[in-house]
Design a protein around this ligand. Structure first.
Ligand SMILES: Cc1ncc(COP(=O)(O)O)c(C=O)c1O
Length: 389
């Protein structure tokens, strides 16, 4: 497949807005949020895990030529700790911290149950963490979570509870049962009075940003596309970049499905706003109707723009990655991993937007490949479809 306009016909942006709350400033070293202390602590712990190694930063040179920029890098999380997504860094780290503190109180891990609502990937990390730590896991999934993702968590020893309704419904059921049974919720989203676990999770994700800075020889990207579900991933990447670059932080751009653009809507309103999800995007990890307030505190002042995209390009771009057409060889990229590329190319096709986003020949772009084939059946089906388009 040649890399030309045809390759990218399906890349479409629905809405693009500038964040009027964005002000370049030094990293604030948040008191009750990500700061140097908790990010360093997460790095020290996670980098000592057996099997830990930094995931690759791949140069998509053909894509960079097509876009007329200096470089496009792709942080490939498909091989992260055998869980096939960046999520391996978060939930498992939070479970490890919880169990360590309970053990210090003399409590037997086997008597502890951790629980979470999930679209699949976060739950897999929590269950994997529970397996390592020797505690039980109860997982809540909504009706659209694929059976393959449920099976992967059950295979790691979790009890799976499938709930009728969407992600918010599964979270409500998880909270009710946790309160009734004294289980520990390990959620990747925060709410009033619940910040410790999601903060640990975001600190775990910050390892990715730290790796990327080292892999880029200390230079931050001029533009970074950040897929957003509840916002933890984006906050976890922005924080180390912001800490490192200060007021010279590059353009951090949020990307969401137009079906669940809760961050974009919140930025438009300049206050966290709920989105009622009536249709599910294929990018399951991005299908969240409410931004985490911890993530909001970091992203609201630091993201320069927000874009929402359609699902149309997912299959052709996954096939393009698998066939190595963007440069950097064959890459296993799952559905969510196409979000940044869709946004980049759709922006390239719109000269006014390209200029507004400040792209030029010296731009260095970072895309986050958040997952590999986390649902192998769907992955194969989409690759086949994508090759036929
Ligand atoms: C593969 C993948 N990409 C991106 C995201 C978005 O991350 P967050 O919900 O922290 O914004 C998720 C969340 O589940 C995911 O599973």
């Amino acid at each position: 497949m040649p890399l030309d306009q045809q390759t990218f016909t399906e890349c479409k942006i629905v809405k693009a807005i500038a964040n009027r709350g964005h002000r370049p400033s030094p990293f604030p070293e948040f008191d009750d949020n990500l700061n140097s202390h908790n990010m360093n602590k997460a790095y020290a712990a996670i980098s000592a895990w057996p099997h830990y190694h930094p995931t690759p930063l791949i140069s998509l040179d053909k894509l960079a030529d097509f876009c007329g920029v200096a470089a496009v890098y792709y942080k490939d999380e498909s091989q992260r700790l055998d869980l096939k997504s960046f999520k391996a860094l978060g939930g498992a780290y939070a479970v490890a911290n919880l169990i360590a503190s309970k053990k210090a109180e003399g409590i037997d891990p086997a008597s502890i149950t951790v629980t979470t609502a999930t679209d699949g990937n976060h739950g897999r990390s929590v269950v994997w963490g529970a397996q390592q730590a020797g505690c039980r896991a109860e997982i809540y999934i909504h009706e659209h979570v694929s059976q393959e993702r449920a099976d992967a968590m059950a295979a790691l020893g979790a009890k799976i509870n499938r709930i009728t309704g969407n992600y918010e419904a599964s979270l409500a059921a998880c909270k009710d049962d946790a309160a009734a049974h004294g289980w520990h919720i390990v959620s990747d989203t925060s709410w009033a009075g619940y910040r410790e676990m999601p903060l640990d999770i975001m600190a775990g994700y910050s390892v990715m940003g730290r790796e990327a800075i080292a892999q880029m020889q200390g230079a931050g990207p001029s533009h970074c596309f950040l897929p957003i579900g509840v916002g933890g991933l984006a906050a976890g990447i922005v924080a180390p970049f912001w800490q490192h670059m200060g007021a010279n932080l590059g353009k951090m751009i949020g990307v969401e499905s137009y079906m669940s653009a809760c961050f974009l809507e919140s930025i438009e309103a300049q206050t966290p706003s709920l989105v009622d999800i009536s249709e599910e995007t294929l990018m399951a990890g991005l299908s969240c109707g409410e931004i985490s307030d911890l993530a909001w505190q970091i992203l609201q002042p630091s993201l320069s723009h927000c874009l929402s995209i359609t699902d149309d390009a997912i299959a052709p771009l996954m096939a393009g990655f698998a066939d190595g057409v963007f440069g950097g060889g064959a890459i296993e990229a799952g559905e969510c991993s196409t979000a940044g590329l869709t946004a980049l190319v759709a922006a390239k096709k719109d000269p006014a937007l390209w200029q507004k986003l400040g792209f030029g020949p010296t731009s260095v772009v970072l895309l986050i490949g958040t997952e590999g084939a986390t649902d192998p059946g769907l992955y194969d089906q989409l690759i086949t479809e994508g090759r036929q388009k």
